[in-house]
Design a protein around this ligand. Structure first.
Ligand code: FAD
Length: 325
């Protein structure tokens, strides 16, 4: 583990200035559950850690009834999973948060850190100078790729590991980013990037930019939401494939819905045509089963992960049935 300087700024401006000052030699530090693992294993060797935890207000949740909920980037996952309003009105997020790692992790890990965590690909985490570390090759492409992506991969086939990101995409959340003394708002979809844009990054944050909060519009009255996470082990594990959905139905038909997927792409994934065509879909089991088979025809699985196509279609079917039938 390399030596580093530990900074404890008290404002976003100071944190941002420190990050800019040290440019590529600094790392933001929240709960530390991912950051410390990366440093201990020499995956990254930042000379400076910029702790965010003394910045006031970043650990608050503010609910405006009928409008939105704003969750500060430093709110711990345990507080999201247990928050009464989130459980009632944004259930998909509470369920996703409650399914992340173990209670010990959820007690210290923050939502901001969960969204900005690095991929779990064992080539990236291992002793390989892969394309995500600035090398030329994605070793998973022709190597061990059982857990890698089936869409959006080229030239690096990671999957994005965050469960909360999938729920937030289904909820059509917006991310507030501190940038150059101002806050700018981007959609959850636009926050994450594909490797074709930059294979060394998972999101749009530039040096000095900090995720400040997440703003989630309140779903329509009568909407229901859910998160299903398929794991290889029941105890705790990253998702092999996951699906999040927010659906409103009326009189045997879906009126409006949004679905997002995890474990299939290098960013939390959505399919615009799927979301559009949910409106008007009959809620009977047969119709939903047929609907679910229409998607992921354009997937390009690697040698060992074609099983994810029927898996993701079945999870889509299951979540729509659970939420409507
Ligand atoms: C054994 C294990 C099991 C896990 N299982 C799961 C799982 O099932 N599902 C899942 O989703 N995750 C899982 N994780 C990942 C875990 O949830 C993350 O490590 C955690 O959420 C990161 O939050 P943190 O506050 O500790 O972030 P840190 O470790 O402090 O930071 C993580 C990254 O985010 C950056 N960062 C932190 N805050 C901000 C911010 N506000 N703005 C910009 N960048 C920021 C840091 O610079 C760093 O790169 C697991 C991790 C482990 C070790």
């Amino acid at each position: 583990m390399n030596n580093f300087k530990y900074h404890q700024p008290k404002s976003l401006q100071d944190a941002s200035s420190l990050m800019q000052q040290h440019n590529n030699n600094a790392l933001l530090f929240a709960g530390g559950t991912d950051a410390l693992g990366l440093i201990k294993n020499n995956i990254i060797t930042p000379g400076n850690l910029v702790n965010l935890k003394l910045i006031k207000g970043l650990n608050e949740i503010k609910y405006t009834p009928g409008k939105e909920i704003k969750i500060g980037a430093l709110v711990n996952l345990v507080d999201i999973a247990g928050h009464s309003v989130i459980r009632e009105k944004f259930a998909v997020l509470a369920e996703a948060a409650n399914n992340i790692a173990s209670p010990q992790f959820r007690n210290v890990a923050t939502i901001g850190g969960n969204l900005c965590q690095r991929p779990r690909c064992f080539y990236f985490r291992g002793d390989f100078h892969c394309i995500r570390k600035g090398g030329n090759l994605c070793y998973a492409a022709a190597g061990e790729n059982k857990y890698h992506c089936i869409v959006g991969g080229d030239p690096c086939y990671i999957i994005h590991p965050s469960d909360s990101a999938v729920a937030l995409l289904a909820l059509d959340a917006k991310f507030s980013i501190y940038s150059d003394r101002k806050l700018k708002i981007v959609s959850a979809w636009d926050f994450f990037i594909l490797p074709s844009i930059d294979p060394t990054k998972e999101n749009i944050l530039k040096p000095g930019e900090i995720l400040e909060s997440i703003i989630i519009p309140e779903p329509d009255n009568g909407s229901k939401s859910k998160y299903i996470k398929f794991m290889e082990r029941e105890v705790f594990d990253f998702a092999v494939v996951s699906v999040a959905a927010v659906v409103k139905k009326s009189g045997g038909k879906i009126v409006k819905g949004r679905v997002a997927f995890g474990g299939v792409a290098p960013k939390p994934w959505q399919i615009d045509i799927l979301n559009k065509s949910l409106a008007g879909l009959s809620t009977g089991e047969e119709g939903i089963a047929a609907f679910s088979k229409k998607f992921f025809n354009d997937a390009t699985p690697l040698e060992k992960n074609a099983y994810k196509i029927p898996l993701v279609r079945n999870l889509l079917k299951r979540i729509l049935i659970d939420l409507t039938v």
